[in-house]
Design a binder for this molecule. Structure first.
Ligand code: TNX
Length: 495
């Protein structure tokens, strides 16, 4: 049945005459991620001097003018997640086939509006990939609900639509599980270098899920098994093959812990945890980790992955695993592999990733050398944090330009456009303790990743860089504490 629902039509034509901006210095208004098509006309729409009240303000955060025509219409024939946007001298119309598309159009309109004025323009736009993600590691350091909401606000501006939460690791277990309460009673009190840790109650987690959903972002929970499990093992020694609780861990090494693969108790544990996580998670995916299980033998790893993934599939979710899970030939159909190795795959990493495609799944690209937001920036004598924050193992430091200049469909033979579910930018938090640190590492590199995830292939740095400079103005307005890297000719901040 064709749907032609008009979601919202707000017509505010109360003033008599059309606004005429006089003496306004026009700045170029551009959008990140780059739209599929944008054609500028002449003239401007002036929403300045209006009050920040009313329905448009609520939807867009912009002041409304009582003399502008604002139409947000649902039910068009745009592509899924896409929109068309038209600014004229007396109003703006955003049209989409679905609500995420309308939301995306609103994000573009915000970027088109500088000091309350937007150029006349027409945009037709839709995403290259359906999965456009960010990942936040809340296990190495814990980030409380307001911090996560702030990061959700930040990534929504860039039309990202998934937030993957890395909820468990050696250093902490961050989600309340009623049937195994010591996971958080004991396993949540640690984090890298101490300081107490923390965890989400179920109410907290629901609050995050709902807040994300209000911005059309879906939460992907990760329970990382069978390695990266020291926090769980220290809470429940029965999950360890020798039955002895290991000491809590607050360092940054990886690859030393494993659930006991041949114990039935391990699968009872996993079934309970997955059931409770699935109950809290409306989205289609659960991420089971599976990376760097260096303390698990190959045969044990394969036995574990086969059982753990079929168990999770029985709870009705599509499984995502780090690409090592592609060592298994027994993945449930449609399992998604997340690739973390380099843009030029080393050793068998490419083959393991291709194995997901061979088993009917697709791939999320997160190449460590370009998409890992915890890699250091190139050293900058003016900014001490470029040498304080971040790791370098994935060919770091990583510049903004490096984060921009890669094509996800050209990295692994056999994995092209059709085999990709999308792109994700992870941020691991071994060296990051506060949301300000997260914003500094993420912005502006995450803008580069978001453009790769949304925009048609073939962008160029020389065209992207001035748009990024202009985007800085919006980051300033939103209070995002981004890194004003010397790679970009930022527009002077208003004093
Ligand atoms: C690798 S790549 C990890 C994480 C670390 C990260 C630090 C992958 C799936 N795992 O355990 O936190 O490097 O950059």
């Amino acid at each position: 049945m064709p749907r032609f629902t008009i979601l919202i039509v707000i017509t505010l034509l109360l003033g008599g005459c059309a606004p005429t901006p006089i003496g306004t210095t026009m700045k170029t208004a551009t959008v990140i991620p780059r739209p599929v098509s944008q054609i500028d006309g002449s003239g401007t729409l002036d929403l300045s001097g209006a009050t920040a009240a009313g329905p448009l303000a609520e939807l867009t955060g912009l002041p409304t003018s009582d003399s502008a025509n604002v139409v947000l219409a649902l039910g068009g024939n745009q592509k899924p997640g896409g929109y068309s946007l038209e600014v004229t001298t007396d109003g703006v119309t955003i049209e989409a086939a679905d609500e995420p598309g309308l939301f995306a159009g609103i994000q573009s309109f915000k970027q088109l509006t500088i000091d309350g004025v937007a150029h006349v323009t027409r945009i037709d736009d839709f995403p290259r990939f359906e999965y456009r993600g960010a990942m936040l590691d809340v296990a190495r350091h814990f980030f409380a609900v307001p911090d996560v909401k702030r990061y959700i606000d930040d990534i929504a501006m860039l039309k990202l639509n998934y937030l993957h939460l890395h909820l468990t690791d050696d250093q902490g277990w961050r989600l309340q599980i009623d049937s195994w309460p010591a996971l958080t009673e004991i396993g949540a009190s640690t984090q890298v270098n101490g300081g107490g840790g923390g965890f989400y109650t179920k109410a907290d987690y629901r609050e995050i899920v709902a807040y994300a959903a209000s911005k059309y972002i879906t939460i992907v929970p990760e329970i990382d098994v069978p390695g990266h499990t020291n926090a769980a093992l220290s809470a429940y020694p029965e999950l360890n093959c020798d039955g002895v609780a290991p000491a809590p861990y607050e360092g940054i090494e990886v690859g030393f812990s494993s659930l006991c693969i041949n114990s039935e108790r391990t699968y009872e544990f996993l079934d309970d945890v997955i059931r409770e996580v699935v109950e809290l998670t409306p989205g289609p995916y659960i991420h089971l980790g599976g990376d760097e299980s260096l303390a698990t033998t190959e045969s044990d790893y394969l036995a574990f992955v086969a059982r753990a993934t079929s168990l999770a599939a029985a709870h009705g979710k599509t499984i995502i695993g780090w690409h090592e899970m592609g060592r298994s030939t027994q993945l449930p159909a449609g399992t998604i592999g997340q690739y973390w190795n380099f843009t030029t795959p080393q050793e068998e990493h490419g083959e393991h990733t291709l194995a997901f495609v061979e088993q009917g799944g697709r791939v999320i690209m997160s190449p460590g050398d370009v998409a890992y937001l915890d890699m250091r920036y190139p050293p900058d004598a003016q900014e001490a944090r470029t040498s304080e924050f971040g790791l370098v193992w994935a060919n770091g430091p990583t510049s903004v330009r490096e984060a921009y200049e890669w094509d996800p469909a050209a990295l692994i033979d056999g994995i092209g456009e059709q085999q990709l579910l999308g792109i994700e930018a992870p941020i691991w938090t071994e060296t990051l303790t506060a949301i300000d640190d997260i914003e500094f590492m993420a912005f502006p590199r995450i803008a580069a990743i978001a453009e790769i995830a949304w925009s048609p292939a073939g962008g160029s740095w020389s065209e992207f860089e001035p748009r990024l400079a202009a985007f800085g103005t919006h980051l300033d307005a939103a209070g995002v504490r981004y890194y004003r890297t010397p790679e970009v000719s930022w527009i002077a901040a208003a004093s």
